[in-house]
Design a protein around this ligand. Sequence first.
Ligand code: 5AD
Length: 351
Amino acid sequence: MLGPEMPLAEIEAWLREDDPARLSELWGAADETRRRFVGDEVHVRGLMEPSNHCVRSCTYCGLRAQNAAIPRYRLSTEHVLTAARQAHELGWGTLVMQTGEDYGLTREWVADLIRAIKRETPLAVTLSLGERPREDFAAWREAGADRYLLRFETSDPALYAHIHPPLSPCEPNRIERLRWLAELGYEAGGGVMIGIPGQSYEILARDIDLFRAMDLDMIGVGPYIANPDAPLGCEDALPDGEQVPADELMAYKVVALTRLVCPEANLPATTALATLDRAHGRMLGLQRGANVIMPNLTPARYREMYRIYPGKAGYAETAEATAGRLRGQLAEIGRRVGVGPGGRRQGQSEE
Ligand code: 5AD
């Protein structure tokens, strides 16, 4: 059953499917669901990475505090405002600010920045600043932030504990924090990595089932990419046939299944997907369920330092050139750049 009620066992069976004819059915159903529920507009979010400092020790991520191989930076308010103006001038509706968990970015500094963006532009503001205290989330919402992204990475508690050492013994996990964010009135975005060593097909099927149960507004998924500057390694992988591969085909399956079970959610074709399939990743993602794209507006000299994994895909061109090229590529696949903030549409299926 290729619809929102798809049973868990069937989700898992699709994850294991490798018959090309069957997979084309999956892509077709996901694309049709995308068209009906969120339409042909592709929302473009300008992505800005104002800091790569992080207090965490996530075993998969290059920003982890222990990684001495990357120089650390923090950008100024003016840097971020420049990116915001640029996004607006290019006709994009949202600025996403993503950082490591950096308490050098104080609650007040971030709140002032959100107010300044809102004063100067009509952009929606999405934050992705890690597992900050609830008071910070509340202050930023009060200052005008619209959305918050916090991937829960995996729904499996043991695997989560393995890849995400806590800062203190009983801290709330990211799933709980996503509930706070929804309570505070944010559009809340979760997501997972695909092919984490130790991730079974059953775990990944449960992740997708949890997206549905949480009724997330945004869901970002992408393949896990091994990072030589982070300790998680293939020695944690499950035996053949049990371990989910971290490849682009699996990522497309997860995008498509996520669209089918969460028809209204905003789903990006992610940078990690584009990193594995540079030529087609973004556009194929958009043709298999995704409806959002997030080009990078971080100044070029800092981008290389925001190395959560190696070889991160980016557009090696100016933002203007990216905007022009995206318009052309989207037209080729019968889509267009979305106008306005592109928030979640609820109950607005076009048929
Ligand atoms: N491979 C793929 N994705 C990664 N992320 C962090 N490290 C990696 C990696 N090595 C993803 C996480 C995080 C998001 C910002 O980037 O899912 O939530």
